[in-house]
Design a binder for this molecule. Structure first.
Ligand code: C2E
Ligand code: CA
Ligand code: CA
Length: 597
């Protein structure tokens, strides 16, 4: 019902407040029938009502003729763009608003040619120069002969919505505390930079993952704000140690990542050494100088490798660096890269293994040395890999620890082990006193919600807490004694029983015994294997049993394979035995019919 103006005509100011070309002032409004429009007026002529509507609409409306000259420009359009109706109507729009010139031709011609609504979001300039975001739809307006003669634009300002959207994206891509990118943001930026459109081939230099040791200690000793201060200080140092165009991210609590875009494989070592030197190893927190242990893992990116994979390999390298006491960083060499190709794939598959129901638990009996009756079972995880068959934990537990999947696997093992034990008790009251031993990895000990999860699982299964034994390998505890002590005390408070596993293989065995609330000691199978073979091992086993008993601990000997070993252990007062001689690990279904305590 909008009629295209005659450009030569004067532009009357209508009583309705809407400014329009001369035809709008004409008394000869086409009938509703000819426009396809039905209007039930308020006792006013139809065209009057429509003019009021356009004038009072909160949505901006414009009509521009085929030559690009303004015909209608309502007050909402004046408010959004700042141009008055007088400045637009009768004037060539791209000349009035040069910020629109580039898009104008396309929008105008595609609207006039097509029959559809053209909808777009774009950024424009307000008359006073500030940028505004607008969404608009345009449709062609046709004369009675069906010829497209003008373009009707319906426009909303969306500056605020765009600002909020941009802020949400920024927040999702950044770490609140340090303002650095987070993992999502880093991966997104790396992906964008690797696009051929960004002028890069498939590779991205190298990625370094840096771990800041002692954060937990600082948090515990001086409080969380001090830990935050330390993180922010190091975030700034890392940022200053690289070029402004390099990407720096905080991946999780104490781990940062730096993307070194241009560095070539042969220069990586030198580049990372420089980075470490610039970052330094101490900082001032709350007025005190704290020295930190900075460790790094570096992956030289492979051809066309997804950034997430490179990050994962850098995390693997970090893990390797951490295993060697005096190594500050480890760079994955080309040879490592090849062998890690398979590991990366395996890690990927492992992350979904529990959800896909591919994990299995086998149970190995632990028997009373005196009576030979079963007192409990150790739950040992296996992975039923779709192509590789049943994989033993040695093949995937360290990978799971390196890549973080261990949390998910650990939770599954804990739940499945407790469910199985509860099931046995329900099926056979004689098994009601059996215990189940579950192995915990160091990563699980660092999970804040571990205690709550354990409490929930034993409650759900209706298990007495002392029937759940948690095995912790002694060497894991040397990493962070104080932090581990807190976690283990919390677990003991729940009433579960802690066992020190592989006793004698680490370098802090005795400290661990004194410091942590263990109730069970498991003599490592390497010593048990020496019984009858190496006299030294016999001395160690006998002394360990005596030591443990002196401290009030129950002793379990692992890896008992021969009758001679069993007799030796019984003779020296060992409490319980575990090993192939007594029973191999087997699925829960094969446990039926065993004789319990
Ligand atoms: P571990 O905790 O020391 O478990 C005992 C390992 O010794 C098991 O190997 C068991 O099958 C094996 N074994 C038992 N008796 C004998 C014997 O008489 N002779 C010999 N040669 N070996 C014996 P498995 O099942 O391959 O597990 C290896 C390791 O993987 C475990 O050592 C444990 O550290 C880890 N692991 C297993 N399940 C889990 C789990 O659910 N979570 C975590 N974090 N680690 C697990
Ligand atoms: Ca164990
Ligand atoms: Ca063991």
């Amino acid at each position: 019902m909008v009629v295209v103006a005659d450009r030569e005509s004067p532009l009357p100011q209508d009583a309705s407040g809407v400014k329009l070309g001369s035809s709008f002032g004409s008394a000869t409004t086409p009938s509703a029938g000819s426009t396809g429009l039905s209007v039930a007026g308020f006792g006013m002529p139809e065209h009057e009502l429509l003019k009021i509507m356009v004038a009072q609409s909160p949505v901006a409306m414009s009509v521009v003729d085929a030559a690009g000259v303004g015909v209608l420009w309502n007050p909402a359009a004046e408010r959004i763009f700042g141009w008055s109706a007088g400045e637009v109507i009768g004037h060539h729009l791209p000349t009035v608003d040069p910020s629109f010139a580039a898009e104008f031709g396309d929008i105008q011609s595609s609207t006039l040619r097509g029959n559809q609504v053209v909808a777009q979001e774009t950024r424009r300039r307000h008359r006073d120069g500030h940028l505004i975001d607008v969404a608009f739809s345009t449709v062609p307006l046709r004369d009675h002969g069906g010829r497209a003669v003008a373009v009707l634009g319906i426009i909303w300002e969306i500056t605020e919505r765009k600002r909020i959207e941009a802020e949400l994206i920024r927040q999702a891509h950044h770490d609140d505390l340090t303002g650095l990118l987070n993992r999502v943001g880093l991966t997104a930026k790396l992906c964008a930079q690797m696009e051929p459109a960004a002028g890069r081939s498939g590779t991205y230099g190298a990625i370094a993952v840096l771990n800041l040791g002692r954060l937990k200690e600082v948090n515990d000793a001086f409080g969380l704000p001090a830990g935050d201060e330390m993180l922010c200080a190091f975030a700034k140092r890392i940022r200053r140690a690289v070029r402004p165009s390099d990407l720096v991210a905080r991946l999780d609590a104490d781990t940062f990542a730096v993307a070194l875009p241009q560095v070539g494989a042969v220069h990586v070592d030198a580049a990372v050494a420089r980075l470490f030197a610039r970052i330094g190893t101490s900082c001032v927190v709350g007025g005190r100088t704290v020295s930190v242990e900075l460790r790094g893992g570096v992956a030289v990116c492979l051809e066309s490798e997804a950034p997430a994979d490179a990050l994962r390999r850098a995390a693997v390298a970090l893990h390797q660096a951490k295993r060697q006491p005096h190594v500050r960083f480890h760079v994955l060499q080309a040879g490592d890269d090849r062998s890690f190709g398979g590991r990366v794939e395996l890690a990927e598959q492992l992350s979904g293994a529990a959800d896909r129901g591919e994990l299995r638990l086998h149970f190995q009996p632990i028997v009373s040395a005196a009576s030979g009756l079963v007192t409990g079972a150790e739950a040992l995880v296996r992975w039923e890999h779709p192509d590789r068959g049943l994989l033993s934990p040695d093949r995937f537990i360290s990978l799971a620890e390196e890549t973080g999947s261990i949390s998910m696997i650990g939770r599954w093992v804990l739940e499945e082990a407790c469910r199985t034990l509860a099931g046995w008790a329900a099926g056979d009251p004689a098994s009601a006193q059996l215990s189940v031993s579950v192995n915990l990895s160091i990563a699980q000990l660092q999970e804040p919600e571990l205690g709550a999860h354990i409490a929930e699982v034993i409650a759900n299964c209706g298990l007495a807490p002392e029937r759940l034994h948690l095995e912790i390998t002694e060497s894991m505890l040397s990493v962070d004694l104080e932090a581990a002590a807190g976690v283990l005390e919390h677990l003991t408070d729940l009433g579960v029983v802690l066992a020190i596993d592989d006793f004698g293989t680490g370098n802090s065995s005795l400290i661990a015994l004194r410091r942590f609330p263990f109730q069970i000691l498991k003599v490592d199978q390497s010593f048990v294997g020496g019984i009858g073979v190496r006299p030294d091992d016999e001395v160690i086993v006998a002394a360990t049993i005596a030591l443990a008993h002196g401290l009030g601990l129950t002793v379990v000997a692992e890896g008992v394979e021969t009758e001679a070993q069993r007799q030796f252990l019984v003779r020296h007062g060992c409490d319980e035995l575990q090993g192939f001689l007594l029973g191999r690990p087997a699925p829960a279904s094969q446990w039926l019919g065993l004789e319990w305590t």
